[in-house]
Design a protein around this ligand. Structure first.
Ligand SMILES: [Zn+2]
Length: 172
């Protein structure tokens, strides 16, 4: 069993398709971040669900930074609005990167910002300050809730977009 499996109990269980789609976000986060301005006002893409399993652990018990699914737009906007918390330099080429996922531990205060770089580097950098980052993300999600409710009201039963569809739309 995956060591992070426990926190899925009670929450929505992602399908394999949704997990693969979340991984597609990891692989394409560079372009998705840099072209945020183009898709940020499109509700269909903004509310694409991501299942990132972002946890921190307290005494072996996992707690989520924010419960899955996390909306793509809320996640990307949080990083871009807080470069002090989320921007980091590629350890190999020093390019400025943003994470596609993060995990951590409040005991050590440690957060691992995971990312990838066009130069080929892929991995994570260790920072301190797990609380601030989780709080920033949860605040953004709360702030986006009204927009999401409105979207659901106008488009009842609408299927959420996938990362696949966003990438195709960006290439149109
Ligand atoms: Zn690099």
């Amino acid at each position: 069993m995956d060591k992070n499996e426990f926190f899925c109990k009670g929450g929505p269980v992602p399908t394999n398709r949704q997990l693969l789609d979340t991984r597609l976000f990891y692989h394409n986060s560079g372009v998705i971040y840099t072209r945020f301005r183009e898709w940020k006002d499109n509700d269909k893409f903004y509310f694409t669900p991501l299942f990132m399993r972002m946890t921190y652990s307290i005494g072996g018990i996992g707690v989520e930074f924010a419960p899955d699914p996390v909306w793509l737009g809320s996640f990307v906007r949080t990083s871009l609005s807080h470069p002090d918390l989320f921007a980091f330099n590629c350890p190999k080429c020093r390019r400025v990167l943003y994470p596609y996922r993060y995990c951590g531990s409040p005991l050590s205060g440690r957060v691992d910002l995971e990312g990838g770089c066009p130069c080929g580097w892929k991995g994570y950098v260790i920072e301190s300050g797990w609380f601030m980052r989780g709080e920033a993300l949860r605040k953004q999600i709360a702030a986006d809730k009204d927009r999401h409710d409105k979207y659901e009201l106008i488009h009842p039963g609408a299927k959420s977009a996938t990362i696949d569809e966003l990438l195709a739309w960006l290439e149109r």
